[in-house]
Design a protein around this ligand. Structure first.
Ligand code: SF4
Length: 280
């Protein structure tokens, strides 16, 4: 039987200057991290990146904006972008990731052709106040409920390695179970001197255990490895696909560089993988 991996690419539509204070995020205006900051990419630029993603065998293409919520201006731009991308690249599955959002605005995204909404719970309800003081975990959970109600597929996961306890990890996964997302992206925290969190890097063994536990907790969900794959797993990064994950983010992440997509493709082919052309 052939082994199939799904590839997704991320487009950081607007970057940095976010008023929120999520302690793991270099896009927060509360930290002085050395990242690229810009207001908004043009639709032409996004289309160029989407074509590149497709050439790199990505099936999913995620339109991400920094900031707390999906306001009217962002909504209009994402809808317009989605319509353009659909016309040019109808086989790409479009994902939007634009922060807290109401049912009504999510419904508009759905009508514009967005397939799935990404809004991570990030960590457990109990631990979240230790890493963010400007919005609540409950607001994040509610956005996921809104997205489901609007008929969007859910893409909901989080980030490990923030200093959370084992109980936090269990509680976080139980909350994800309640939402039963279509895809669950897992990030591993990458230490950065500009950030408040001073936790050491997770070990590769711990990261793989997290993936196995996530797959066990969410048997109907596609587990995706997003940020931290190269930094945390290094030479062992493709072991993720034998430990519960069946999707990866290719190309660059929001603010950190990823493995060159061509290298990923070559390595995956060498290991006998084929690339998903449908999501299920
Ligand atoms: S995770 Fe999102 S909301 Fe939090 S600081 Fe980063 S961009 Fe802002």
């Amino acid at each position: 039987m052939s082994k199939v991996v799904m590839l997704c690419a991320i487009c950081n539509v607007s970057s940095g200057n976010c008023p929120e204070d999520c302690a793991y995020c270099t896009q927060s205006a509360h930290v002085k991290a050395d990242i690229n900051r810009y207001k908004q990419k043009s639709i032409e630029q996004i289309l160029k990146e989407a074509k590149m993603a497709k050439a790199n065998k990505a099936l999913g293409f995620c339109l991400v904006t920094s900031g707390r919520r999906l306001d009217d201006k962002k909504l209009e731009f994402i809808c317009q972008t989605a319509k353009t991308l659909q016309k040019e690249l109808p086989e790409l599955l479009l994902i939007a990731c634009n922060g807290s959002a109401s049912y009504e605005s999510l419904k508009e995204l759905k009508n514009a052709g967005i397939f799935s909404y990404n809004h991570n719970l990030e960590t457990s309800r109990e631990y979240f106040p230790k890493i963010c003081s400007t919005h609540s975990w409950d607001e994040r959970f509610q956005t996921n409920l809104n997205a489901k109600r609007a008929g969007l597929e859910l893409c909901c996961g989080g980030i490990y390695g923030l200093g959370e306890s084992n109980e936090d990890r269990i509680s976080f996964r139980n909350s994800l179970k309640e939402l039963n997302p279509f895809t669950s992206p897992i990030n591993f925290f990458i230490p950065n001197p500009a950030l408040k969190i001073k936790e050491p890097k997770l070990s590769a063994d711990e990261a793989l255990e997290i993936l196995r536990d996530s797959a066990k907790a969410l048997p109907n969900t596609r587990i995706m490895v997003a940020g931290g794959r190269e930094v945390i797993l290094g030479d062992r990064q493709y072991e993720i696909l034998e430990n519960g994950a069946s999707a990866i983010v290719v190309g660059d992440y929001l603010t950190t560089s990823g493995e060159a997509a061509s290298k990923d493709i070559e390595e995956l082919k060498k290991r006998g993988f084929e690339f998903a052309t449908q999501c299920h």
